[in-house]
Ligand binder design. Structure first.
Ligand SMILES: CC(=O)N[C@H]1[C@@H](OP(=O)(O)OP(=O)(O)OC[C@H]2O[C@@H](n3ccc(=O)[nH]c3=O)[C@H](O)[C@@H]2O)O[C@H](CO)[C@@H](O)[C@@H]1O
Ligand SMILES: C=C(OP(=O)(O)O)C(=O)O
Length: 456
């Protein structure tokens, strides 16, 4: 069994999926209401932040996704006592007895998520050492961790690369540092926040990422007693403090999940009310959704996304750091673009290989050309970047059922939408990978009237 299939099976098991393959009869518009809980990209980091407190933290609106289960297991092997459950949406995390985990214990959970790298700062403060295994997460190109390691070294950590992983120690403690990121990386910004809050002295971080999930992590840390100021021009100052308490926090909603279901509503010609979604974190997405011809109603309780009838229009998008168009949004939206009249272009600027999922769409009848080295375009908002690739999507095309193998989280959700949009039957395998980031997606598909069943 290859490691992708193994990861998918592990994830499926963690959230209790009946099997790893579902069979979908496409062609029915998705209609109904679903709940969007806390963001995968905040909840998992807020769980790690609990390690920094002297008292118990309470996190609400936790989604039942496999990444949450992985991080809970990682915390438990480090001595954090967890009560509550992802199923009920509330976790209490008690860090009173934080202890060293063996590299074998950590390794057993490696390959499943990217979060282990964020344990470094908190564990260095609590125990004086940390171990980073092989990291998992979406396979969307090379995902180096050089910014993280350089930041940790700037705080005074010693980084030892071993064949089994990376050993990090801080024999003289950690002190505030002046750090400038080469690129506003989300993870490296979180690394600096989770390390700087308890380092001695002041930390200045330039070229920081400012995604809404980072702002919510800062809110969590402020509740714990941290002093962090976000200045203009992507600069963050952190004044280290000697101790932190636990927090009580309701997680920010998952804007990536909301955008994915919005794309599903548009592609299938349906209407989905996403309870919990909010306008302010989704403004960039909403503009593009409207330009394509999608409609939305913003209400107190959430946002309704729907296809208002008529032809969808093509669009040119480039992914970017916040407040730009989020890279995680492009994969699901491309299915709706296969139904638009004309030629759309998606320039991917964040990851070096995020269009692999389109091979399967082409098999289903989509007209998509991928330019692996990007595409020159005089109307670009920003200059071309080193990692760029572009996808040119010409529609509308009738998709037809196929055998699909989920390659990664968002690519997998796209495959689901493609199968739901297509004429005929599709079988989608490795659906466990979708459970990494979409809580109860099976129950939600049922609520929205999708026609599907689990293969034996
Ligand atoms: C768990 C989580 O929150 N995942 C999100 C996080 O991923 P993640 O935190 O991994 O993404 P980053 O912002 O760090 O990565 C952006 C780019 O920077 C590069 N880079 C990053 C770190 C480093 O040390 N060296 C380096 O070169 C990456 O390879 C990538 O090309 O932000 C991404 C960008 O919004 C989202 O797509 C992911 O959903
Ligand atoms: C790339 C993603 O996640 P991760 O960083 O967890 O792989 C994603 O959520 O689309």
């Amino acid at each position: 069994m290859n490691s992708l299939v193994q990861d998918a099976r592990n994830a499926a098991e963690r959230v209790g999926l009946k099997s790893d393959t579902i069979v979908i009869n496409g062609g029915r518009p998705l209609r109904g209401t679903i709940d969007v809980r806390g963001a995968k990209n905040l909840v998992t980091k807020a769980m790690v932040a609990s390690l920094l407190g002297d008292t118990t933290s309470t996190l609400r609106d936790v989604p039942d996704i496999s990444d949450v289960h992985v991080v809970a297991s990682l915390l438990e092997i480090h001595g954090v006592k967890i009560t509550g459950s992802a199923a009920t949406g509330v976790l209490q995390l008690d860090p009173a007895n934080v202890a060293t985990a063996t590299s074998a214990e950590i390794d057993a959970l490696s390959g499943s998520s990217r979060i282990p790298i964020l344990f470094c700062g908190p564990l260095l403060h609590r125990l004086g050492h940390a171990f980073i295994p092989d990291l998992g997460g979406c396979r969307i190109g090379d995902r180096p961790i050089d910014f993280h390691l350089d930041a940790l070294r700037a705080f005074g950590a010693i980084v030892d690369k071993l064949p089994s992983g990376i050993n990090i120690t801080a024999p003289n403690g950690l002190r505030g540092a002046n750090i400038e990121l080469p690129y506003p990386s989300v993870g490296a910004t979180e690394q600096v926040l989770l390390t700087g809050v308890r380092a001695m002295g002041t930390t200045e971080l330039k070229n920081a990422a400012i995604e809404p999930e980072i702002m919510d992590l800062i809110a969590v840390l402020q509740k714990m007693g941290a002093i962090i100021s976000v200045e203009p021009n992507r600069t963050i100052f952190i004044e280290g403090v000697e101790s932190l308490n636990g927090y009580n926090h309701r997680a920010l909603f998952d804007r990536n999940e909301a955008a994915s279901w919005a794309s599903a509503a548009l592609a299938t010609g349906g209407s989905i009310f996403t309870t919990g979604a909010k306008q302010s974190e989704m403004m960039t997405f909403l503009n593009v959704f409207r330009k394509i011809g999608g409609a939305f109603d913003i209400e107190e309780e959430g946002i309704r996304f729907y296809h208002p009838g008529g032809e969808l229009k093509p669009v040119v998008i480039e992914t970017d750091v916040h407040p730009g168009f989020m890279t995680d949004w492009q994969q699901p939206l491309i299915i709706a673009l296969t139904q638009a009249h004309g030629t759309s272009i998606v320039h991917e600027t964040v990851y070096e290989n995020r269009f692999g999922f389109t091979d399967a769409l082409i098999k289903m009848g989509a007209n998509i050309e991928v330019h692996k080295d990007g595409l020159a375009d005089p109307n670009r908002r920003v200059p071309r970047r080193a990692l760029e690739q572009a996808a040119v999507i010409t529609g509308p095309t009738q998709l037809h059922g196929a055998e699909l193998e989920v390659p990664d989280l968002r690519g997998g959700f796209s495959h689901l939408i493609a199968a739901l949009t297509a004429k005929g039957q599709s079988s989608v395998s490795n659906v466990g990978l979708i459970a990494r980031g979409y809580g109860d997606f099976v129950g939600k598909l049922e609520k929205l009237g999708a026609d599907f069943y689990f293969a034996e």
